[in-house]
Design a binder for this molecule. Structure first.
Ligand code: BT5
Length: 250
């Protein structure tokens, strides 16, 4: 994939900008970046805090030739790419929390938001990634739940080097997803990097509805399988999953 960087100083959201670029015909590989976002987007209308000098904010336009039902696996590509960057460059031991959070020491260092957009040349997927570089500019409410590369690694990484590394990992795992048996390979790569994939006691909240149970792998499209106490299996496609207690091994 040929990458073209489109850098901005301040914009509402790199995802919004990339969606609009895709609708105007941007090719696969366009990567919108910003120094600061004034309306960084999380899932379900939530905000992603994006102050200046505090994080990497990027959105890549993809035009994947995969079945529509497998599109949610693009989120996995983003999370695996961040996981690999943090492991290889900053000696961290991250975890992936289903489906889109990358955690270090149980705190969120990165969030991934993939959104689809109808364009004249077919469906595009915008893969948005935010990675905290420094925690000092984040609001105090996030203190107990967020972390950054500076906090975990001890120094502030060069933004250009971080961007290059994330993009190269996204390209690597996107190539896998769109290659032979790609969906199966990405599910395996994701599961090997997430303590949430198997045997974790969790509570999943889906709007007004919530369930408790033990995780037991993921469905073809990336939905998280949870075995409830009555023995039924529920696949969570969109929701928030929280760990209830540590894994127990007998
Ligand atoms: C996400 O949503 O984690 C997806 C975040 C994606 C952000 C990127 S930045 C580049 C691109 N352009 C965009 O506009 N978005 C993408 P979600 O799982 O809904 O998590 C949101 C929640 O995380 C918030 O409600 C806060 O609790 C918390 N949060 C907000 N900002 C944070 C930050 N900087 N670090 C850690 N946690 C944060």
């Amino acid at each position: 994939m040929k990458i073209t960087i489109l850098p901005f100083d301040t914009i509402p959201s790199t995802n919004i900008e990339a969606i609009s670029q895709a609708k105007r015909g941007a090719q696969e590989g366009l990567c919108v970046t910003a120094q600061r976002q004034t309306a960084g987007r999380g899932r379900h209308g939530r905000l992603w805090e994006s102050p200046e000098n505090a994080g990497l904010y990027l959105s890549i336009v993809l035009r994947p030739k995969i079945e529509m039902r497998l599109m949610p696996l693009i989120t996995f590509v983003g999370a695996i790419a961040v996981f690999e960057t943090l492991t290889a460059n900053y000696q961290m031991s991250p975890d992936i929390k289903w489906a889109n959070d990358v955690l270090v020491n149980n705190r969120k260092i990165s969030g991934v938001l993939a959104e689809t957009a109808e364009t004249t040349s077919g469906v595009a997927v915008i893969l948005g990634i935010g990675i905290n570089i420094s925690s000092s500019a984040l609001s105090p409410q996030l203190n107990s739940v967020a972390t950054s590369i500076e906090t975990e690694y001890g120094s502030i990484p060069g933004q250009a080097q971080l961007l290059e590394s994330v993009i190269s990992k996204v390209s690597e795992f996107y190539r896998i997803l769109t290659g032979p048996k790609g969906d199966e390979r990405i599910r395996d790569l994701w599961s090997a990097r997430s303590s949430f994939a198997f045997g974790m006691q969790v509570n999943a909240v889906m709007g007004a509805y919530s369930i408790t149970g033990l995780t037991c792998g993921i469905e073809e499209n990336g939905a998280l399988r949870i075995e409830t106490e009555t023995g039924g299996i529920i696949a969570v496609q969109a929701g928030d999953v929280e760990r209830l207690r540590q894994k127990t091994s007998i």
